[in-house]
Design a protein around this ligand. Structure first.
Ligand code: ARG
Length: 475
């Protein structure tokens, strides 16, 4: 798609054809600065396809209802098809001197087919037109986002499958807590993203009702068929109140909050990847093709992509709050403030798409440093819970066992030992229940393999989680 920049004198072919649409009511031309300020075409031009598709359905309805003739319809359809094809191919440039994409398409149509084009806007307002266009646009973009979410979940499942037996420390408070597998850790993100998929789907389902035919706000005296248009455009039905039809932007907010949650998930994941990539952790290494160097420090390999994802999360949240704030004081029905919806939601969409697009291949190509993960798991007493469970399973109440193990940990720290290297005699001094089989029971391998509870960290449990996610993805 090509866009013509605005010309200094504001002169263009459409001005010649139409002047300002509303010139009849006015005795003076719009101030140039006010004209620019008012204009949305620089950003709503991206909805040209949806605008034209909506107009095609509207024209078909007008003809079916006898509001325009079959000949009018034929000419309009031909004209719209030509405009769509010409914008797609780059032959027709969208003129930035027009106020918005709706006016551009109508003006271009009239320039091409004359008076026939002037009939298109019968029984329609830009208020219901823009409400329709955004829904169509968001529906298309949501499909793109859903496909990217699928791809990312698949990439995570692949890495989880390959690392289902790789032992690492699991953390709480960023303190080593209990041994887990890397596959288990990764699958936590798969579950989050699965919920994201369902959230986006829910929002799209609620959005999928056509507002067209609400007109300016009150409906119309023409005998229109709103259901016909809705069906033609793939909606599940029509909005039931024309005032709500033109003033509702809940669907933008719902999607923007779903996008914010996606970004929050990606940001948490990014934060971990950044930590894991540090020398201090050295749990993973991102592929060279997804990292950058420094202009001064020759040794550096930075996780810029993950950092940018974390950084972009802020603006996606910001867009949600900007629109919430824009809408909070608006009286019904349409107000020009609502034109502010588009830059916010477009920016969120662009950034979510860019982040998801980079994330899947970054995860797929990430190298896992198993030995370092295992080494980290050997320090930090992460098998202490299992030692307490050892006593509990042999008859000691858990709280008593918990206390004894706490004392044993303190003793190990003092002697610079770990639970696996403390001699059996030292154990026996704390409780006669201890025997040499405890060492097998608290080995990292046992700690992991025995956690077969549903959703737990054992290999068999992680395999079930992967199978569950794959089944959900296939739905
Ligand atoms: N550009 C406008 C928007 O994005 C289109 C609707 C204009 N309607 C109006 N009555 N001025 O909201």
């Amino acid at each position: 798609m090509f866009c013509l920049p605005p010309k200094g004198d504001g002169q263009n072919v459409y001005n010649k054809v139409m002047e300002k649409m509303w010139a009849g009511r006015f005795s003076k031309a719009l101030d140039k600065k006010a004209d620019d300020f008012n204009s949305s075409i620089s950003f709503d031009c991206r909805m040209y396809k949806q605008d034209i598709t909506g107009s095609m359905a509207h024209a078909a309805m007008l003809a079916k209802q006898g509001i325009i003739s079959a000949e009018d319809h034929e000419k309009i359809l031909e004209g719209l098809c030509g405009i769509l094809a010409d914008i797609d191919s780059g032959k027709l440039e969208i003129d930035m001197n027009c106020e918005d994409i709706h006016m551009f398409v109508e003006a271009e149509l009239t320039a091409r087919i004359g008076d026939y084009g002037k009939k298109l806007h019968t029984a329609r307002s830009r208020n219901d037109q823009v409400a329709l266009d955004i829904r169509l646009y968001l529906r298309d973009k949501s499909e793109e986002i859903l496909a990217l979410l699928h791809e990312l979940v698949e990439a995570i499942c692949e890495q989880a499958e390959a690392n289902k037996a790789v032992i690492m420390p699991g953390y709480t408070h960023l303190q080593r807590a209990q041994p887990i597998t890397f596959g288990h850790h990764l699958m936590a993100y798969a579950m989050m993203l699965l919920r994201d998929i369902s959230r986006v789907r829910d929002a799209v389902a609620r959005m999928n009702y056509s507002p067209l035919g609400s007109c300016a706000l009150a409906g119309t005296t023409y005998n229109t068929d709103r259901e016909f248009v809705a069906e033609k455009l793939g909606f599940d039905g029509i909005t039931q109140n024309s005032i709500d039809g033109v003033s509702d932007r809940d669907f933008c907010l719902e999607l923007m909050s779903a996008f914010s949650i996606i970004m929050m998930h990606l940001s948490r994941f990014s934060e971990e990847i950044i930590l894991w990539s540090s020398w201090e952790f050295s749990f993973v290494e991102l592929d060279d093709s997804f990292t950058t160097g420094s202009s001064i420090m020759p040794q550096k390999k930075n996780s810029d992509m993950a950092e940018l994802v974390r950084g972009k999360t802020g603006r996606v949240y910001g867009n949600l709050f900007a629109l919430l704030t824009t809408l909070k004081g608006l009286p019904l029905a349409y107000n020009k403030d609502m034109q502010e919806d588009k830059e916010a939601i477009f920016d969120s969409i662009d950034n979510v798409i860019a982040c998801l697009d980079i994330f899947a291949p970054m995860i797929r190509t990430m190298k896992v440093k198993k030995e370092n993960m295992y080494k980290a798991a050997q320090r930090g007493f992460i098998n202490a819970t299992d030692l307490a469970d050892y006593l509990t399973k042999r008859g000691m109440p858990f709280r008593s066992a918990y206390k004894i193990v706490g004392q044993i940990v303190a003793e190990c720290i003092e002697k610079n030992l770990v639970l696996d290297t403390l001699p059996i005699e030292a154990y026996k001094a704390h409780s006669e229940i201890f025997d040499t089989d405890l060492f097998d029971e608290i080995s990292l391998e046992t700690c992991v393999s025995k956690r077969i509870s549903a959703g737990g960290t054992s290999v068999s449990s992680v395999e079930k989680q992967i199978a569950y996610v794959k089944k959900e993805l296939a739905k």
